[in-house]
Design a protein around this ligand. Structure first.
Ligand code: GUN
Length: 292
Protein backbone atom coordinates (compact mmCIF):
# COMPACT_ATOMS: atom_id res chain seq x y z
CA UNK A 1 0.00 0.00 0.00
CA UNK A 2 1.32 3.42 -0.94
CA UNK A 3 0.05 6.70 0.50
CA UNK A 4 -0.66 9.36 -2.12
CA UNK A 5 1.05 12.32 -0.51
CA UNK A 6 -1.03 15.29 -1.60
CA UNK A 7 0.88 17.63 0.65
CA UNK A 8 4.24 16.75 -0.93
CA UNK A 9 2.78 16.82 -4.43
CA UNK A 10 1.22 20.22 -3.80
CA UNK A 11 4.60 21.58 -2.65
CA UNK A 12 6.17 20.31 -5.89
CA UNK A 13 3.50 21.92 -8.07
CA UNK A 14 3.70 25.16 -6.06
CA UNK A 15 7.47 25.24 -6.63
CA UNK A 16 6.81 24.90 -10.38
CA UNK A 17 4.25 27.72 -10.28
CA UNK A 18 6.62 29.92 -8.26
CA UNK A 19 9.29 29.38 -10.93
CA UNK A 20 6.86 30.51 -13.66
CA UNK A 21 5.94 33.61 -11.66
CA UNK A 22 9.61 34.44 -11.10
CA UNK A 23 10.18 34.26 -14.85
CA UNK A 24 7.16 36.48 -15.51
CA UNK A 25 8.39 39.12 -13.12
CA UNK A 26 11.95 38.90 -14.47
CA UNK A 27 10.64 39.63 -17.97
CA UNK A 28 8.65 42.64 -16.78
CA UNK A 29 5.22 41.00 -16.76
CA UNK A 30 2.60 41.53 -14.08
CA UNK A 31 2.24 38.67 -11.58
CA UNK A 32 -1.07 36.71 -11.44
CA UNK A 33 -3.69 38.15 -9.09
CA UNK A 34 -6.39 36.09 -7.33
CA UNK A 35 -9.20 37.62 -5.28
CA UNK A 36 -11.36 35.77 -2.75
CA UNK A 37 -14.69 36.91 -1.32
CA UNK A 38 -15.53 35.52 2.12
CA UNK A 39 -18.98 36.19 3.57
CA UNK A 40 -19.77 35.53 7.22
CA UNK A 41 -17.92 33.59 9.89
CA UNK A 42 -18.21 29.93 8.83
CA UNK A 43 -15.14 28.40 10.55
CA UNK A 44 -14.32 25.88 7.80
CA UNK A 45 -14.63 28.56 5.10
CA UNK A 46 -12.28 30.82 7.05
CA UNK A 47 -9.67 28.07 7.16
CA UNK A 48 -10.04 27.29 3.43
CA UNK A 49 -9.78 30.93 2.38
CA UNK A 50 -6.80 31.53 4.66
CA UNK A 51 -5.06 28.55 2.99
CA UNK A 52 -5.82 29.95 -0.45
CA UNK A 53 -4.42 33.39 0.40
CA UNK A 54 -1.33 31.87 2.04
CA UNK A 55 -0.74 29.68 -1.03
CA UNK A 56 -0.87 32.76 -3.26
CA UNK A 57 1.87 34.34 -1.18
CA UNK A 58 3.98 31.16 -1.38
CA UNK A 59 4.02 31.17 -5.20
CA UNK A 60 4.39 34.95 -5.64
CA UNK A 61 0.82 35.73 -6.71
CA UNK A 62 -0.88 38.91 -5.65
CA UNK A 63 -4.00 38.18 -3.59
CA UNK A 64 -6.91 40.24 -2.38
CA UNK A 65 -9.27 39.11 0.36
CA UNK A 66 -12.67 40.78 0.52
CA UNK A 67 -14.41 40.01 3.83
CA UNK A 68 -18.06 40.86 4.34
CA UNK A 69 -20.45 40.26 7.22
CA UNK A 70 -23.19 37.64 6.94
CA UNK A 71 -25.69 40.53 6.80
CA UNK A 72 -24.56 41.61 3.33
CA UNK A 73 -27.47 41.78 0.86
CA UNK A 74 -27.57 39.83 -2.38
CA UNK A 75 -27.51 43.10 -4.34
CA UNK A 76 -24.39 44.26 -2.50
CA UNK A 77 -22.63 40.94 -3.17
CA UNK A 78 -23.63 41.04 -6.85
CA UNK A 79 -22.13 44.53 -6.97
CA UNK A 80 -18.82 43.20 -5.63
CA UNK A 81 -18.87 40.39 -8.21
CA UNK A 82 -19.53 42.85 -11.03
CA UNK A 83 -16.67 45.07 -9.93
CA UNK A 84 -14.29 42.09 -9.81
CA UNK A 85 -15.49 41.04 -13.29
CA UNK A 86 -14.49 44.47 -14.59
CA UNK A 87 -11.24 44.90 -12.65
CA UNK A 88 -8.46 44.41 -15.18
CA UNK A 89 -5.86 43.89 -12.48
CA UNK A 90 -7.60 40.71 -11.29
CA UNK A 91 -7.08 37.49 -13.28
CA UNK A 92 -9.54 35.36 -11.36
CA UNK A 93 -11.66 35.32 -8.22
CA UNK A 94 -13.76 33.05 -6.07
CA UNK A 95 -16.76 33.57 -3.83
CA UNK A 96 -16.33 31.05 -1.04
CA UNK A 97 -19.36 28.78 -0.50
CA UNK A 98 -21.58 28.20 1.41
CA UNK A 99 -23.21 31.65 1.47
CA UNK A 100 -25.77 32.75 4.09
CA UNK A 101 -29.28 31.41 3.47
CA UNK A 102 -30.76 34.70 2.22
CA UNK A 103 -28.31 34.79 -0.71
CA UNK A 104 -29.02 32.71 -3.79
CA UNK A 105 -25.75 30.87 -4.54
CA UNK A 106 -26.86 30.04 -8.06
CA UNK A 107 -27.43 33.70 -8.85
CA UNK A 108 -23.96 34.61 -7.56
CA UNK A 109 -22.28 31.79 -9.49
CA UNK A 110 -24.02 32.87 -12.69
CA UNK A 111 -22.92 36.48 -12.15
CA UNK A 112 -19.21 35.58 -12.14
CA UNK A 113 -17.67 36.08 -15.57
CA UNK A 114 -16.67 32.65 -16.97
CA UNK A 115 -13.33 34.25 -17.92
CA UNK A 116 -12.56 34.90 -14.24
CA UNK A 117 -14.27 31.83 -12.79
CA UNK A 118 -11.12 30.08 -11.55
CA UNK A 119 -13.29 27.80 -9.37
CA UNK A 120 -14.76 26.39 -12.59
CA UNK A 121 -18.29 26.56 -11.13
CA UNK A 122 -20.01 28.60 -13.86
CA UNK A 123 -22.20 26.49 -16.21
CA UNK A 124 -20.22 27.83 -19.19
CA UNK A 125 -17.03 26.33 -17.77
CA UNK A 126 -18.89 23.17 -16.76
CA UNK A 127 -20.32 22.77 -20.27
CA UNK A 128 -16.94 23.39 -21.86
CA UNK A 129 -15.42 20.80 -19.52
CA UNK A 130 -18.09 18.25 -20.47
CA UNK A 131 -17.28 18.75 -24.15
CA UNK A 132 -13.50 18.78 -23.74
CA UNK A 133 -13.16 22.45 -24.71
CA UNK A 134 -10.65 24.89 -23.14
CA UNK A 135 -12.00 25.91 -19.73
CA UNK A 136 -11.27 26.28 -16.05
CA UNK A 137 -11.68 22.87 -14.44
CA UNK A 138 -13.26 22.73 -10.98
CA UNK A 139 -10.46 22.61 -8.44
CA UNK A 140 -11.05 19.31 -6.66
CA UNK A 141 -11.55 17.17 -9.79
CA UNK A 142 -8.50 18.85 -11.38
CA UNK A 143 -6.49 18.04 -8.24
CA UNK A 144 -7.56 14.39 -8.44
CA UNK A 145 -6.50 14.16 -12.11
CA UNK A 146 -3.12 15.68 -11.22
CA UNK A 147 -2.62 13.13 -8.43
CA UNK A 148 -3.45 10.17 -10.67
CA UNK A 149 -1.12 11.55 -13.35
CA UNK A 150 1.84 12.22 -11.08
CA UNK A 151 1.57 8.81 -9.40
CA UNK A 152 1.37 7.13 -12.84
CA UNK A 153 -1.92 5.43 -11.95
CA UNK A 154 -3.52 4.19 -15.18
CA UNK A 155 -7.18 5.02 -15.75
CA UNK A 156 -7.79 3.79 -19.31
CA UNK A 157 -10.28 0.91 -19.33
CA UNK A 158 -10.46 0.88 -15.51
CA UNK A 159 -13.63 0.60 -13.46
CA UNK A 160 -14.04 3.89 -11.60
CA UNK A 161 -16.74 4.22 -8.97
CA UNK A 162 -17.57 7.70 -7.73
CA UNK A 163 -19.72 8.01 -4.60
CA UNK A 164 -21.47 11.40 -4.37
CA UNK A 165 -22.92 13.50 -7.19
CA UNK A 166 -22.26 17.10 -6.17
CA UNK A 167 -21.87 19.79 -8.82
CA UNK A 168 -18.33 20.57 -7.70
CA UNK A 169 -16.83 17.08 -7.23
CA UNK A 170 -18.81 13.90 -7.97
CA UNK A 171 -20.53 14.92 -11.19
CA UNK A 172 -17.54 16.65 -12.85
CA UNK A 173 -14.96 13.97 -11.91
CA UNK A 174 -17.28 11.28 -13.31
CA UNK A 175 -17.45 13.19 -16.61
CA UNK A 176 -13.72 13.92 -16.75
CA UNK A 177 -12.62 10.33 -16.11
CA UNK A 178 -14.98 8.96 -18.75
CA UNK A 179 -13.74 11.33 -21.46
CA UNK A 180 -11.25 10.40 -24.15
CA UNK A 181 -8.19 12.12 -22.73
CA UNK A 182 -4.85 11.36 -21.11
CA UNK A 183 -6.29 10.81 -17.63
CA UNK A 184 -9.65 9.35 -18.63
CA UNK A 185 -11.05 6.57 -20.81
CA UNK A 186 -12.40 4.86 -17.69
CA UNK A 187 -15.74 3.13 -17.28
CA UNK A 188 -17.41 5.27 -14.64
CA UNK A 189 -20.27 4.48 -12.27
CA UNK A 190 -21.72 7.40 -10.33
CA UNK A 191 -23.35 6.31 -7.05
CA UNK A 192 -25.46 8.50 -4.76
CA UNK A 193 -27.97 8.46 -1.90
CA UNK A 194 -30.55 6.50 -3.93
CA UNK A 195 -28.10 3.85 -5.15
CA UNK A 196 -29.22 0.37 -4.17
CA UNK A 197 -26.61 -2.06 -2.83
CA UNK A 198 -23.80 0.51 -2.81
CA UNK A 199 -21.23 -2.09 -1.78
CA UNK A 200 -21.91 -4.17 -4.92
CA UNK A 201 -20.70 -1.19 -6.93
CA UNK A 202 -17.80 -0.16 -4.70
CA UNK A 203 -16.45 -3.74 -4.62
CA UNK A 204 -16.02 -3.64 -8.41
CA UNK A 205 -13.96 -0.45 -8.32
CA UNK A 206 -10.36 -0.35 -9.53
CA UNK A 207 -10.44 3.31 -8.53
CA UNK A 208 -12.87 4.49 -5.85
CA UNK A 209 -13.57 8.18 -5.36
CA UNK A 210 -15.46 8.98 -2.16
CA UNK A 211 -17.14 12.39 -2.01
CA UNK A 212 -20.08 11.79 0.28
CA UNK A 213 -19.55 14.35 3.04
CA UNK A 214 -19.98 11.91 5.95
CA UNK A 215 -17.18 10.43 8.03
CA UNK A 216 -15.97 6.85 7.54
CA UNK A 217 -18.75 5.70 5.15
CA UNK A 218 -16.54 3.43 3.04
CA UNK A 219 -15.30 0.47 5.04
CA UNK A 220 -12.86 -2.34 4.29
CA UNK A 221 -15.58 -4.86 3.43
CA UNK A 222 -16.80 -2.54 0.64
CA UNK A 223 -13.60 -2.57 -1.45
CA UNK A 224 -11.54 -5.15 -3.32
CA UNK A 225 -7.84 -5.92 -2.90
CA UNK A 226 -5.63 -3.51 -4.84
CA UNK A 227 -8.15 -0.68 -5.13
CA UNK A 228 -6.93 2.90 -5.58
CA UNK A 229 -8.81 5.09 -3.08
CA UNK A 230 -9.27 8.84 -3.45
CA UNK A 231 -10.92 10.28 -0.32
CA UNK A 232 -12.40 13.73 -0.92
CA UNK A 233 -14.14 14.02 2.47
CA UNK A 234 -13.09 16.54 5.10
CA UNK A 235 -15.30 15.87 8.14
CA UNK A 236 -14.95 17.23 11.64
CA UNK A 237 -15.48 14.61 14.31
CA UNK A 238 -15.47 15.29 18.04
CA UNK A 239 -12.23 14.26 19.71
CA UNK A 240 -11.71 15.32 23.31
CA UNK A 241 -8.00 14.42 23.07
CA UNK A 242 -7.41 16.86 20.18
CA UNK A 243 -6.31 20.44 20.86
CA UNK A 244 -9.34 21.97 19.13
CA UNK A 245 -11.77 19.35 20.45
CA UNK A 246 -12.20 17.80 17.00
CA UNK A 247 -10.14 16.11 14.33
CA UNK A 248 -10.51 15.88 10.57
CA UNK A 249 -11.42 12.60 8.98
CA UNK A 250 -12.33 11.48 5.48
CA UNK A 251 -15.33 9.70 4.01
CA UNK A 252 -13.25 6.52 4.01
CA UNK A 253 -12.54 4.44 7.10
CA UNK A 254 -8.76 4.56 6.61
CA UNK A 255 -7.98 1.85 9.15
CA UNK A 256 -10.00 -0.89 7.49
CA UNK A 257 -9.61 0.24 3.84
CA UNK A 258 -5.87 1.10 3.68
CA UNK A 259 -4.61 -2.50 4.17
CA UNK A 260 -6.54 -3.59 1.03
CA UNK A 261 -5.61 -0.58 -1.13
CA UNK A 262 -2.71 -0.27 -3.58
CA UNK A 263 -2.84 3.53 -3.21
CA UNK A 264 -4.84 5.69 -0.83
CA UNK A 265 -5.07 9.42 -0.08
CA UNK A 266 -4.92 10.41 3.61
CA UNK A 267 -7.13 13.04 5.28
CA UNK A 268 -5.74 15.56 5.95
CA UNK A 269 -2.84 15.81 3.48
CA UNK A 270 -4.44 14.16 0.45
CA UNK A 271 -6.91 15.78 -1.92
CA UNK A 272 -7.22 19.04 0.10
CA UNK A 273 -3.80 20.53 -0.69
CA UNK A 274 -4.18 19.57 -4.37
CA UNK A 275 -7.47 21.48 -4.56
CA UNK A 276 -5.72 24.69 -3.55
CA UNK A 277 -3.00 24.05 -6.12
CA UNK A 278 -5.63 23.65 -8.87
CA UNK A 279 -7.00 27.07 -8.03
CA UNK A 280 -3.50 28.53 -8.42
CA UNK A 281 -3.05 26.71 -11.75
CA UNK A 282 -6.35 28.11 -13.03
CA UNK A 283 -5.31 31.62 -11.99
CA UNK A 284 -1.97 31.21 -13.76
CA UNK A 285 -3.83 29.93 -16.82
CA UNK A 286 -6.07 32.99 -16.79
CA UNK A 287 -3.02 35.26 -16.61
CA UNK A 288 -1.05 33.46 -19.33
CA UNK A 289 -3.46 31.81 -21.77
CA UNK A 290 -6.53 34.01 -21.84
CA UNK A 291 -8.82 31.18 -22.94
CA UNK A 292 -11.78 33.56 -23.35
N1 GUN B 1 -16.63 25.66 -0.62
C1 GUN B 1 -16.11 24.42 -0.50
N2 GUN B 1 -15.22 24.19 -1.49
C2 GUN B 1 -15.18 25.31 -2.23
C3 GUN B 1 -14.43 25.69 -3.38
O1 GUN B 1 -13.63 24.93 -3.94
N3 GUN B 1 -14.67 26.95 -3.84
C4 GUN B 1 -15.54 27.80 -3.27
N4 GUN B 1 -15.71 29.00 -3.81
N5 GUN B 1 -16.25 27.47 -2.20
C5 GUN B 1 -16.06 26.23 -1.68
Amino acid sequence: MEIIDGKLLSEQVKAEIAESVKNMIATGQRQPHLAAVLVGEDPASQVYVRNKVRSCEQVGFKSTLIRKSAEITEVELLDIVNNLNKDEDIDGFIVQLPLPGHINEEKITLAISPAKDVDGFHPVNFGRMAQGMPCYLPATPAGILEMLKRYNIPTSGKEVVVVGRSNIVGTPISILLSRKQEIGNATVTLCHSRTRNLEEHTRRADILIASIGRANQITGDMVKEGVVVIDVGINRVDDASAKRGYRLTGDVDFESVAPKASYITPVPGGVGPMTVVSLLLNTLKSRVERIY
